[in-house]
Design a protein around this ligand. Structure first.
Ligand SMILES: Nc1ncnc2c1ncn2[C@@H]1O[C@H](COP(=O)(O)OP(=O)(O)OP(=O)(O)O)[C@@H](O)[C@H]1O
Ligand SMILES: [Mg+2]
Length: 633
């Protein structure tokens, strides 16, 4: 008696229906998920012609009994679900019993499988949905599924496939990211022209990130640790825990779209607007608006807390307690960034690689072009736009989504890269982590002087530092203003004579909406007849000639933008404007004492790494870089 059953209609009808197979990468996704569900420890994938000609997945999972091997190609035949109630706590990646029949209806499929309890294996051949042969075969336990000539019988669909390289890029991204979710398993991706990925089991996610991306990218990341939050249980139930772990990039890594955000919920790769929002919110005032981080985030929660049956390709989910999950992600990521205060590295050595492809054939994959198959349509920006934005060296082209192939598709796969690295990947990873020190040491810096009366040069035990005096002061003031605002105790200055400011019609509308926030921020203002206001007090520290400019800037916020802001966002926006106008300017000579004060105060801030508009504040030319540049290392 096999394990697979055809789902009764009342269950089948409750499953999100739609297109399962859109392109070769969708086939790969289904096969990977099946192998993972089968408990495989080793997943070997071979593809040819971007998966259009051939996709073969071989695993060492639980295999299938003969009866099951036949049933697996029936629609809604699955071993993972039985009844409607099972739909509310799905613990497997698959549950619909749709993948294999969908694939088999549009390709030539060969299944070879053996369950350990069977003496022999089964070989099933099926093409365009028609069973061609069933035979007994001798083979080791596990499953191998070969899919040839995708869409051979649906020419219209075939026409819409992209170039082989693009399809291959989608596949490579998918395998790469599933390999990140399962560090304890072997993943291999091969093509006739060479191996694209080969990673062997490691103990931690950090080691897997190192295997896949290399130490340089690891240096740009902050590990989240293990963050937990209780979710509300139903009355009488035990409280449920939601766990968050993974890596996020330092604020200086700024991507132009969301394509480098990878979110796994219970080890399932998904796209989710709510979580994308939470992640971007975590970088508020640390990154310029319109920029996005790299993130590799794993959420684990009780299965019944997340509905995975909402999208035909299983790429979206719905959380039962949306708000709590959103806030957990936002707060945990934010707290970790504040706690770790990552240092932006000094862009001296060519540590940031130009995208380029190794000598192996498959290296031509235009990864920068590879819109991940799960990406949002609106996130698909021009492929060339993957330079680091603010704070990056002009030559610093660097893209996490394009980086894996550089590392992985190089002359040797990650495993066999440099001998030293192979010998002790963990040691190298740790060395990289050590180097990425915290900005907490800013407090110990000794200012040496200014460059162009704009940038403070300072010596630290861990290298040479350069600090942008204006943005440093901006950060200090921003946090001070917000703190005082939170206590309802902002410092304000009385103007000798009220300052009369003329407002445009649009500004008057905005003024009416922001009057309360402006008052709380230290502006005492009164309408002064016919489109003018009289300013009586202003926040302390803002020079008289800056007051009008500052108010105009705030009141020039586009209406549409204002509508999308929460009260908290508005508060921060006003605080950022005040800080910017009150801060020391560049081209201002500073006495040593003043420089020291600035560094000391900066060290006390929560986020000394970026100004409230997201620009970097400090750069460090690390001791390691200095020693390397002088050939002492
Ligand atoms: N690699 C494999 N090893 C062992 N069993 C497998 C493997 N692939 C598929 N199966 C069996 O075949 C069944 C059908 O697979 P299929 O992918 O079509 O459906 P599913 O995984 O149950 O659901 P979904 O359509 O959501 O993927 C599975 O339920 C499983 O029992
Ligand atoms: Mg499946």
């Amino acid at each position: 008696m096999g394990y697979i059953r055809v789902l009764p209609d009342q269950v089948a009808n409750k499953i999100a229906a739609g297109e399962v197979v859109e392109r070769p990468a969708s086939v790969v996704k289904e096969l990977l998920e099946n192998s993972l569900d089968a408990g495989a420890r080793e997943l070997r994938l071979e593809v040819d012609a971007g998966g259009k000609r051939l996709i073969r997945m071989a695993d060492d999972g639980c295999g299938m009994l003969r009866d099951d091997a036949l049933l697996a190609f029936e629609r809604h035949a699955t071993s993972k679900l039985r009844e409607v109630v099972d739909l509310v706590h799905i613990s497997t990646l698959g549950f619909r019993g749709e993948a294999l029949p969908s694939i088999a209806s549009v390709a030539r499929v060969l299944l070879e499988t053996r369950a350990p309890e069977d003496a022999t294996g089964t070989r099933v051949e099926i093409a365009g949905g028609k069973m061609l042969s069933v035979e007994e075969v001798a083979r080791q336990p596990g499953t191998s599924l070969t899919v040839r000539d995708l869409f051979f019988n649906v020419p219209a669909r075939k026409k819409f496939l992209r170039s082989e390289q693009t399809e291959l890029a989608h596949i490579a991204q998918l395998v790469t990211h599933y390999s990140l979710a399962h560090p304890d398993k072997t993943f291999h991706l091969g093509t006739p022209r060479g191996e694209l990925l080969h990673v062997t089991p490691v103990e931690t996610l950090r080691e897997r990130v190192f295997q896949v991306f290399g130490s340089e990218i690891l240096e740009e990341l902050v590990e989240l640790g293990d963050c937990r939050r209780e979710l509300a249980g139903d009355s009488g139930e035990e409280p449920k825990t939601c766990r968050l772990s993974g890596f996020v990039s330092r604020p200086q890594v700024q991507k132009s779209n969301r394509n480098s955000i990878y979110i796994f919920v219970n080890r399932r790769l998904i796209r989710d607007r709510l979580l994308l929002h939470a992640l971007t919110a975590a970088y508020h005032n640390l990154m310029p608006g319109g920029c996005f981080p790299f993130a590799l985030v794993f959420l684990e929660m009780p299965f019944e807390e997340v509905d995975v049956n909402v999208h035909p390709s299983k790429t979206e989910v719905r959380f039962r307690q949306q708000g709590l999950v959103h806030d957990l992600v936002r707060d945990a990521v934010r707290a970790r960034l504040v706690e770790s205060k990552p240092v932006p590295a000094f862009p001296v050595s060519p540590r940031v690689k130009e995208p380029g492809w190794g000598p192996q054939g498959a290296a031509e994959v235009p990864f920068s072009e590879s819109s991940m198959m799960l990406q949002e349509a609106d996130g698909a920006l021009p492929p060339s736009d993957f330079a680091l934005r603010a704070g990056s060296p002009p030559a610093g082209r660097f893209d996490f989504s394009s980086a894996p192939p550089i590392e992985v598709f190089g002359a040797a796969p990650a495993q066999a890269r440099a001998p030293a690295e192979t010998a002790a990947p963990v040691a190298v990873a740790e060395a990289a982590a050590e180097e990425a020190q915290s900005l907490a040491s800013v407090g110990e810096l000794k200012p040496l002087g200014q460059v162009r009366e704009s940038f403070i040069v300072a010596a630290g035990s861990d290298g040479l530092w350069i600090i942008d005096q204006h943005v440093a002061h901006e950060r200090i003031l921003f946090e001070k203003v917000l703190r005082e605002r939170g206590r309802g105790a902002v410092e304000r200055q009385q103007l000798l004579l009220p300052m009369v400011i003329r407002l445009t019609a649009e500004q008057q509308i905005l003024f009416a909406r922001l009057a309360e926030e402006l008052a709380a921020a230290g502006f005492e203002m009164e309408p002064f007849g016919r489109g003018t206001v009289a300013v009586k007090t202003a926040p302390a520290g803002v020079a008289a000639h800056q007051i009008e400019k500052l108010l105009q800037e705030i009141l020039d916020t586009p209406e549409a933008e204002l509508r999308s802001l929460t009260p908290d966002d508005v508060r921060r926006k006003v605080a950022a404007s005040i800080a910017c106008h009150a801060a020391i300017k560049i081209n201002t000579p500073l006495e040593p004492r003043k420089m020291q004060w600035l560094l000391d105060e900066l060290a006390k801030t929560d986020c000394p790494m970026s100004c409230p508009h997201g620009r970097p504040i400090v750069l460090r030319y690390s001791m390691k870089e200095i020693l390397k540049a002088f050939h002492r290392l």
